[in-house]
Write a protein that binds this ligand. Structure first.
Ligand code: NAD
Ligand code: ZN
Length: 346
C-alpha cells in the first residue's frame, strides 16, 4: 500500500504529529484528491491546542486534521457520476446525512446527523484525502488554488454578509480575523456604503484598512459605542456582522446597532454570556440571527461567482505560506494573531 504524510492528532494532549499512513481508498460515494493547498482554520488551532471543545469532540485518535483545501481528483468511487479525474475542487466541510428533516427542507448546513471533515473523519492536512462526492465543489479553473483553499471560510463571510440588506447600508464588523477581513471585502463589493470594523490586534487593524474598511477602531484605545454613533449621525449602524466571539464586542455592537437593524452573529463566544434582551433586541426591534456554516449550496454558488468575477481581492488576506511540514510555525502564528489566512502546501 503506498504511503503518505499527514498531520494528525495522535494523543489527547496539546500538539500534533507528522505521521505516515496508507493513502486512503475512496468509498463508492467518495473521491480521492491530491491536496494542492490547504489552510489553517481557528478550529484546527483549537484542536492543536486541545481546548475543552476539542477534548469533548475528538474521540478516535489518530485523526488527520484540517478541512480547508484545494485538491485535484485522482480517483472516483464507483457510484460517483458528476465528478471526474482531473477536476480541481474545494470542499464543503459539513457532511450532511441527506435524509433528516433539515436536509429535506433546504437546511443541510444544520443537519442533525451532520459530521465535520477533519474533526469526525480524517481531514486534509495530508498529501491525499478522501472527500464525500456530495461535498466536492468543482472549481472554475480561473480561481487560483490558494483562493480555492479558503473558499470555505470565505463562504462563512458571504453567508453572513448576504443574510440581510447590505447595499447602501452602514455596517459594523466586529473582529478582523480571517473571516472578519473577508466580510469587509465582500461587504465592499456588495455596496455597503460605510464599513466600520473593530479589532484589537495591530497587524489585523492594518489588514482591515487594506481590504477596504472605511474606519477601524480599537476597543483597547477608545470607546466603540459613542464613536460609532458619532459616525452615523447618532443613529447607529444598519447592520452588525459579529466576527469576534468576544462578549464585550457583542454587547457594544448591540448598543451601536440602529433601531430596527439586523445583527448577524457568526462569532462563537467560548462560554455562555448575558445580553439585555429587552433593551437590545425587543425595544430595539432588532433582527438577530445566528449564522452557521454555508448554505448548501447556494452560498457556494455565490462565493464561486465572487471569485470568478475578479472583483474580490483576497491577496491581502492570505498573508503566510508554509510547507505542510512547517505546520507548527503556522499554528504558532495563528495563536499570535499576527496573520491573516495561513496556507500549507503538501
Ligand atoms: P479569529 O479568532 O481569527 O478572529 C477573531 C478576531 O476578533 C481576532 O482577530 C481578535 O483579535 C478579534 N477580537 C477579539 N476581541 C475583540 C474585541 N473586543 N473587539 C474586536 N475584535 C476583537 O476567528 P475567525 O476565523 O476570523 O472566525 C471569526 C469567528 O467566527 C470566531 O469566533 C470563530 O469561532 C467563528 N466561526 C464561526 C463559524 C460558524 O459557522 N458560525 C465558522 C467559522 C468560524
Ligand atoms: Zn441531515
Amino acid at each position: 500500500m503506498p504511503k503518505m504524510k499527514a498531520i494528525a492528532k495522535t494523543k489527547p494532549a496539546p500538539g500534533a504529529e507528522i505521521i505516515e499512513i496508507d493513502i486512503p481508498t475512496p468509498g463508492p460515494d467518495e473521491v480521492l484528491v491530491k491536496v494542492l493547498a490547504t489552510s489553517i482554520c481557528g478550529t484546527d488551532l483549537h484542536i492543536f491546542e486541545w481546548n475543552k471543545w476539542a477534548q469533548n469532540r475528538f474521540k478516535n485518535l489518530p485523526r488527520v486534521m484540517g478541512h480547508e483545501l484545494c485538491g485535484e481528483i485522482i480517483e472516483i468511487g464507483k457510484n460517483v457520476e458528476n465528478l471526474k479525474k482531473g477536476d480541481i475542487i474545494s470542499a464543503e466541510t459539513h457532511i450532511a446525512c441527506g435524509h433528516c428533516y433539515l436536509c429535506q427542507t433546504g437546511n443541510a448546513h444544520i443537519c442533525v446527523n451532520g459530521s465535520i471533515l477533519g474533526v469526525d473523519i480524517n481531514g486534509v492536512f495530508a498529501e491525499y484525502a478522501v472527500i464525500p462526492a456530495n461535498n466536492a465543489w468543482v472549481l472554475d479553473k480561473r480561481i487560483p488554488k490558494d483562493h480555492a483553499s479558503v473558499m470555505e471560510p470565505l463562504g462563512n463571510a458571504v453567508h453572513t454578509v448576504l443574510a440581510g440588506d447590505i447595499a447602501g447600508n452602514s455596517v459594523l464588523i466586529t473582529g478582523c480575523g480571517p473571516i472578519g477581513l473577508m466580510s469587509i471585502a465582500v461587504s465592499r463589493i456588495c455596496g455597503a456604503t460605510q464599513i466600520i470594523a473593530t479589532e484589537i490586534n495591530a497587524y489585523r487593524i492594518e489588514l482591515a484598512k487594506k481590504v477596504g474598511a472605511d474606519l477601524v477602531l480599537n476597543p483597547k484605545e477608545e470607546k466603540i459605542v459613542p464613536r460609532v454613533l458619532g459616525e452615523t449621525r447618532n443613529l447607529g449602524v444598519d447592520a452588525v456582522l459579529e466576527m469576534s466571539g468576544n462578549p464585550t464586542a457583542i454587547r457594544d455592537a448591540f448598543e451601536a446597532l440602529r433601531p430596527g437593524g439586523r445583527y448577524s452573529i457568526l462569532g462563537i463566544p467560548d462560554k455562555p454570556m448575558e445580553i439585555d434582551l429587552g433593551k437590545h433586541i425587543v425595544f430595539k426591534y432588532a433582527t438577530v440571527q445566528g449564522i452557521n456554516g454555508r448554505l448548501m449550496f447556494s452560498t457556494w454558488h455565490q462565493t464561486a461567482r465572487f471569485l470568478s468575477s475578479g472583483r474580490l481581492d483576497l491577496a491581502p488576506i492570505i498573508t503566510h505560506r508554509f510547507s505542510l511540514d512547517e505546520y507548527e510555525k503556522g499554528m504558532e502564528l495563528m495563536a499570535s494573531g499576527n496573520c491573516g489566512k495561513i496556507l500549507l502546501y503538501p
